[in-house]
Ligand binder design. Structure first.
Ligand code: PMP
Ligand code: GLU
Length: 395
């Protein structure tokens, strides 16, 4: 069978692949601690799930507008622009089947053959694939390791060719947990505006933030006059523990939102209607009732502290990026390389085999010296996972 050039370079998601393998081994009876995919270990808050069930009982089971139910678009606009100088304009929002689809829609509508798209590296594994599916060329750009890999305009200037059309970053970052300050974001946005580059800012971990304030700085916090073309992306998966519901959203210009909505109207139409009903409830209560989300955030912060302490104590030869948000620890593993094990991929296979711990090799994020463990598991699993890794790596 001949396949299209569209998928000539396509690889399955490495994060999903490791976690699927870990689940398979566990189902076969192996003692596996799965610290691979980043998925909150909490159930969706009951009051959100109940809203969906109620909605189904009342027949809210039909198609919606492709860009989402008007009420959800309004609430998402308010959620994303709260406390900013932007008016909450629902026409700028497209609701999609997860932030993943929002990001894909944006890349597919904005980039094409001959375009270069800069990607902050280490990057979330799907960004280069999405850019490549649009037949554009991804260029990973790493910031300085000593600055948590955060990018500066100088880094971008060095890497960009005249064909640069886009810049994709995540803040808080997956995989590092590093967070851009408002001033740092403003610098990147000013560079992008100057170069006519669209800035796609993935803020899916915005609420999972350990710094001051309720959420990490975002691109919509910046002075609208000072930024050019931006797309802010967020969703329900992480902060609301709703990964399987598949609801994400984007905020951008009305024109781009219309194009993304049109694309989606042919590809998948709307995010599942009961999921949208549940998301309305989640966002409606988001401001007054932060109870469940606060509890989850506290757990992520506690595990960040726990894992940092354990690494300092048990794995001093394995430096890590100090996470200020999200729920990962991104650490160097090259101290454990030997004649047989020369890459993070090989080392992670060894850890899975010998220690029964599943983590994601840095190749998935653009750096084979690193690996990423998720802290979105119970405190016990996180601690046992690090102890098992330490025993294997030290042997
Ligand atoms: N962006 C980042 C950085 C992520 O880690 C994830 C996790 N899957 C997503 C986007 C996609 O989230 P979802 O599609 O579940 O909304
Ligand atoms: N975003 C999570 C991760 O990076 C979930 C997996 C995925 O969607 O790729 O592990």
């Amino acid at each position: 069978m001949n396949y299209s050039q569209n998928i000539a370079k396509l690889q399955p998601s490495a994060t999903i692949a490791v976690s699927t393998l870990a689940k398979k081994l566990a189902a076969e009876g192996r003692d596996i601690i799965n610290l691979s995919a980043g998925e909150p270990d909490f159930d969706t808050p009951a009051w959100i799930s109940e809203a969906a069930t109620e909605g189904i009982a009342k027949g809210r089971t039909r198609y919606t507008a492709s860009s989402g139910m008007p009420e959800l678009r309004r609430l998402a606009a308010e959620y994303m622009t709260e406390g900013t100088a932007h008016e909450a304009d629902p026409a700028r929002v497209v609701v999609s089947a997860g932030a993943k689809q929002s990001l894909f829609n944006a890349c597919f509508c904005l980039f094409g053959p001959g375009d270069e798209v800069l990607i902050g590296s280490p990057y979330w594994t799907s960004y280069p694939e999405m850019v490549t599916l649009a037949r554009a060329a991804p260029t990973p750009v790493a910031g300085n390791e000593s600055r948590q890999f955060l990018l500066t305009p100088a880094d971008l200037e060095r890497a960009a060719s005249p064909a640069a059309r886009g810049l994709v970053i995540s803040t808080p970052s997956n995989p590092t947990g590093a967070v851009y300050s408002t001033a740092q974001l403003a610098d990147l946005a000013a560079w992008a505006k100057e170069r006519g580059v669209t800035l796609i800012c993935d803020e899916i971990y915005r609420e999972i933030y350990f710094g001051p304030g309720a959420r990490a700085p975002g691109v919509l916090d910046l002075d609208p006059e000072a930024v050019g073309h931006v797309v802010a992306v967020n969703g329900m998966s992480k902060a609301f523990a709703m990964t399987g519901w598949r609801v994400g959203f984007s905020y951008t210009t009305i024109e781009l939102a219309m194009k993304m909505g049109a694309l989606q109207s042919h590809v998948s139409l709307n995010a599942a209607t009961p999921s949208q009903v549940a998301s309305v409830e989640g966002l409606r209560r988001a401001q007054p009732d932060g109870g469940d989300r606060k509890r989850m955030l506290e757990a992520f912060r506690r595990r960040r502290d726990l894992v940092s302490r354990l690494f300092d104590e048990l794995l001093p030869g394995f430096p890590y990026v100090k996470p200020d948000g999200a729920f990962y620890l991104y650490f160097r593993v090259d101290a454990a390389f030997d004649d047989e094990v020369k890459t993070a991929g090989a080392l992670c296979s060894r850890l899975l085999e010998e220690a029964g711990v599943a983590i994601v090799p840095g190749e998935a994020f653009g750096d084979a010296r690193y690996a990423r463990m998720s802290t979105a598991s119970s405190d016990e699993d996180v601690e046992a996972g690090v102890r098992r890794m330490a025993a294997t790596l030290a042997s």
